[in-house]
Design a protein around this ligand. Structure first.
Ligand code: TXA
Ligand code: MG
Length: 337
């Protein structure tokens, strides 16, 4: 199949929406990362998404809606707390796991009786949902296991020949995927995947915000995942990623002792003065690091890095999302100095 590249004008967005209505798959920009969009209510279309990504069938897809009130059409019930959170954070990078009804096929929810609902703020994704008139299931548009795409070019690299089209809407603003939460009571939520809606932001509306253990720790054999995505290796470039926690000086010394010909470092902006080894930088603060991380992981593969020492980010605020993606990319290999 030939994958066409569409721009983000109204006429091209109608083409994209038409393809979705016909059961085709389209790469679509969102404010977090690019998604592989399909009609969430069309089982054949959803099957194609799993095939294009090489995604395990038990890993559910998030359903994207134009407005949170539409969630009533696809769920059994919506807790008051979800409405309150929606008022503050929708549209935006928040996904709420809610009990689904029969309008969401089991294949979309990976066999679960819940569905992740998200209302994206990106005008292109928003418009395609409106024009198609369908709920849009969209996982990140990467090959399963590889870093998520933050540009149309990344999507083309992973999906060329496997999907009908990609819409180019420029670089993704946030750069990491949405925060995924489940609602445990009218006052308590659990973060299943950290993102740019942070624990601190959620605490303004919830009495208790639990960070699921699997966000920073490897699941033990036989342990049940609160979210199926936690079970799988993720965000990994071809290069071997090793996180190193410590001061710049400790980091530099450690890297120096372990450098080989294929080794690179991924350090903070501001660290580079006199830095003696081959490096890329990924930002100065957590928001910049979120924005650049996946782009840099892909670039490291492009330049042929075999091993990468990454200066570990602060796990505070948005940094928790960056730390979570990196520790998974590193297969939980962290050097603490
Ligand atoms: O920002 C995002 O969320 C992007 C853009 C495209 O919207 N999408 C995205 O989808 O990251 P995906 O499929 O790559 O990641 C969805 C994550 C997976 O880890 C999945 O296991 C979890 O959300 N998830 C989805 N539905 C769930 C459910 N019903 N219960 C628990 N976890 C769920
Ligand atoms: Mg993904």
């Amino acid at each position: 199949m030939e994958t066409i590249l569409l721009s983000d004008n109204e006429e091209q967005l109608s083409i994209a929406a038409g393809l979705i209505r016909k059961g085709e798959i389209v790469g679509i920009p969102t404010e977090t990362v690019y998604g592989l969009g399909a009609d969430a209510s069309n089982e054949e279309a959803v099957k194609k998404v799993f095939a294009a990504k090489g995604r395990p069938a038990d890993n559910p897809l998030i359903v994207h809606l134009a407005d949170f009130s539409q969630a009533q059409e696809y769920t059994v019930s919506i807790p008051d707390l979800a409405w309150k959170l929606a008022e503050r954070f929708c549209p935006g990078p928040l996904t709420m796991v809610l009990p689904k009804n029969e309008k969401i096929p089991m294949i979309t929810s990976g066999g679960l009786d819940t569905v992740g609902i998200r209302v994206p703020s990106h005008p292109v994704m928003h418009r395609i949902i409106e024009l198609s008139g369908r709920p849009i299931a969209a996982p990140s548009a990467n090959t399963s296991g590889y870093p998520s795409p933050t540009s149309a070019e990344h999507v083309m690299r992973d999906m060329n020949g496997k999907i009908a089209a990609v819409v180019d809407g420029g670089a993704s603003e946030f750069g990491v995927e949405s925060t995924v939460i489940s609602i445990e009571s009218e006052d308590r939520v659990r973060i299943l995947r950290p993102g740019c809606v942070t624990r601190e932001m959620l605490l303004e509306l919830c009495g208790e915000v639990i960070i699921d253990h699997a966000i920073l720790h490897e699941l033990e054999a036989g342990q049940k995942a609160a979210s199926p995505g936690m079970k799988y290796k993720h965000y990994s470039p071809k290069a071997d990623i090793i996180m190193v926690e410590g001061s710049l000086r400790d980091f530099t010394e450690y890297a120096g002792r372990n450098m080989t010909s294929g080794t690179y470092c991924l350090i903070f902006d501001g660290d580079e003065e006199d830095f003696p080894y081959r490096y890329l930088t990924y930002g100065r603060n957590s928001s910049e690091q979120a924005h650049w991380l996946f782009q840099r992981l892909r670039e490291l593969d492009d330049i042929g890095a075999e091993k990468v020492y990454v200066r570990a980010p602060s796990p505070e605020g948005v940094g928790l999302a960056v730390y979570n993606r990196l520790i998974r990319a590193a297969g939980f290999e962290v050097i603490r100095i």
